[in-house]
Design a protein around this ligand. Structure first.
Ligand code: 3HC
Length: 298
């Protein structure tokens, strides 16, 4: 059986902590690239949902591959066989060479997870976060060994999006960073580097862009559908800002912006939007709840 191996430091076993949309997507691409995956979540139902979504996505992607029906179904079986699930984080990370934390954007939760990981993992495991908005130095605050810590920021939907932002803090060692770049390439992504800064490259541009679109709509300059259409046809984006914000989730978008506004009050671009605040307060979080900027209930 083909098993992938990453140069620099040897990576075979990857533990992913958090089985939401991002965690399950990361598990999928990691397993389909030949690594052994342990997908961990304290919520058993979330793990079941993740395995179902991964199976559907791998099956869909296999149909697009060249080869016989048997080769396609072998690819699905092999990929799924590489993914194990576990609802205990300490157990899940015990054998991992690389650990990717993909929990929700809550700094205390992430710090707690890393404290647990550091107690239970091997001395030479590499620890990473998929944070979309926090500084690595904030996430890593409680870690004893920060040299083996870095950032791997994937994009949604992970099996489709080709980019991986690979981030290092001032403490990340050269060996850790080189291994993360190699791993990114091994899972089929194009890697880009960015300093440990709010939102790295993509979210630092994307999140203020969503809010600028909301302000444009709030001022009555243009309708939501026209703004979306304009950015698709005039700028070549696959989705307009309102469609994409609904796709990511308005709670996530608001959470990121509120965090930045509190931490960097001098940056005007990080201003809240009354419209986003209202929608989130009403539980209209985008596609996942059936309503956001648009309604998806039909
Ligand atoms: N697994 C496997 N395949 C998937 C998939 C998934 N989860 N989601 C979509 N696809 C496939 C579809 O099956 C389809 O394949 P096909 O052409 O062979 O049938 C292909 O991708 C295109 O999908 P659709 O036909 O359903 O629809 P679109 O053509 O509109 O594409 C999209 C969907 C790929 C989501 C595209 O609209 C897109 O690229 N949107 C922008 C996404 C984006 O910007 N993501 C980044 C968000 S920022 C982020 O994630 C950072 C975080 O920190 C917040």
């Amino acid at each position: 059986m083909f098993t992938a191996k990453c140069a620099m430091q040897n990576i075979r076993n990857v533990a992913i902590v958090g089985s939401g949309q991002m965690g399950s997507g990361i598990a999928q691409v990691t397993a389909s690239s030949g690594f052994n995956v342990m997908l961990a979540d304290v919520n058993k139902k979330a793990l079941d949902r993740a395995m179902k979504a991964i199976s559907q996505s791998v099956t869909h992607l296999s149909k697009k591959q060249k080869g016989t029906d048997k080769e396609k179904s072998d690819f699905v079986t092999l990929t799924m066989s590489r993914i194990k699930t576990c609802n205990n984080v300490s157990t899940a990370v015990a054998d991992a060479d690389l650990i990717i934390e993909a929990a929700i954007e809550n700094i205390d939760l992430k710090r707690g997870i890393f404290a647990q990981i550091e107690q239970s993992c091997k001395k030479d495991s590499i620890l990473t976060t998929n944070t979309s908005s926090f500084l690595l130095e904030d996430v890593a605050k409680g870690l004893q060994d920060k040299t083996r810590f870095g950032g791997l920021h994937f994009f949604n939907p992970v099996p489709v999006m080709k980019l991986l932002e690979v981030i290092r803090s001032d403490d990340t060692s050269d060996e850790t960073y080189a291994t993360l770049i190699k791993f990114g390439t091994a899972v089929g992504k194009t890697t880009v580097a960015c300093k440990d800064s709010p939102g790295f490259i993509v979210n630092r541009l994307l999140i203020p862009y969503f809010f600028e679109a909301a302000r444009m709509y709030e001022r009555g300059d243009a309708s939501m559908t026209d703004i979306d259409e304009a950015m698709k046809l005039g700028a070549g984006h696959p989705m307009g800002p309102f469609e994409l914000a609904d796709y990511i989730g308005l709670d996530t978008v608001k959470f990121v912006m509120d965090g930045w506004a509190a931490k960097y009050p001098e940056v005007q671009l990080f201003e809240a939007s009354p419209l986003v605040d209202k929608l989130v307060a009403e539980g209209k979080l985008g596609r996942k709840t059936g309503d956001g900027f648009y309604s998806y209930k039909k």
